[in-house]
Ligand binder design. Structure first.
Ligand code: URA
Length: 258
């Protein structure tokens, strides 16, 4: 069954539909806006925020070797990886899915039970919501979108990955980003933020700001699984996606305010 865009927004719990200020909107303020509450206009500011430290503290063997891999080599290395204990209970490692020449890179936490079986990220309930979020933006997995995770192996019981596990996987994530060269990165939840930005502050304090990783704009939002449990925050996630889209559009037309 294919849903209309309006139905998808309803599915996301977002109503009324916001109109995106693509052009001719108010100039961005010089400082970051406070996080918006549901129902308020989406954030429109872009601020320079502290740059993340280089992601180089891996325990996954020589990061330099991963740094030199092409995509097939990376795929094989992840499939065979034994760098942390998560490999012991996985059915398979899950590298990611999507367009290898993406505009958008979405990064989640790690595979759950369904993903462990199917070998693809975000195929369970959270994945359905993510797909609806993408559809609301008129994009879809595989079409200018790549979806990956902070860790490639399922944490037992779907627990949050530990810092050492994320560090072990980080060279793979770094290499994915380097090879994919996305135009914008959206971090879904705290684990992704920890892995990419080395920041453990609350998501509420990080939303609505423009971060950068290797020159690529980065936006932070809530994880779809969290949104399934906290329905009112879906509208905030929608604000974040619109913010990301404005950043992406501004790359194409840098002279325009967003
Ligand atoms: N949650 C994630 O963070 N990633 C997945 O792939 C599935 C659920």
């Amino acid at each position: 069954m294919s849903l209309s865009r309006e139905q998808m927004l309803v599915e996301m719990g977002i109503s009324p539909i916001w109109v995106v200020r693509e052009k001719g909107g108010e100039p961005a303020p010089a400082v970051a806006p406070a996080p918006q509450s549901a129902g308020e206009a989406p954030p429109s500011a872009v601020v320079a925020v502290p740059q993340p430290a280089p992601l180089r503290e891996s325990v996954a063997g020589p990061a330099a070797a991963v740094d030199a891999m092409n995509w097939p080599e990376l795929t094989r290395a992840v499939a065979e990886c034994k760098a942390c204990p998560l490999c012991q209970q996985r059915k398979q490692a899950v590298l990611g899915v999507g367009d290898l020449n993406p505009d958008w890179l979405f990064i989640g936490e790690g595979p759950g039970a369904d993903e462990d079986v199917q070998g693809e990220p975000f195929v369970g309930q959270a994945g359905k919501l993510l797909d609806n979020m993408l559809a609301s933006l008129d994009i879809s997995r595989g079409n200018k979108v790549y979806i990956g995770n902070a860790v490639k192996c399922r944490p037992p019981g779907n627990r949050t990955p530990e810092a050492a596990e994320m560090a072990a996987c980080r060279p793979y994530l770094e290499r994915q980003i380097a090879l994919l060269k996305p135009k914008i990165i959206v971090l879904l939840g705290k684990a992704a933020v920890h892995s990419v930005l080395h920041d453990d502050k609350s998501l509420a304090s990080l939303r609505g700001k423009r971060f950068e990783y290797a020159g690529i704009p980065v936006v932070v939002t809530y994880h779809p699984a969290y949104l399934l449990r906290n329905l009112p925050d879906k509208s905030k996630a929608w604000e974040d996606l619109l913010f990301a889209r404005r950043l992406l559009n501004a790359l194409a037309t840098p002279e325009l305010p967003f």
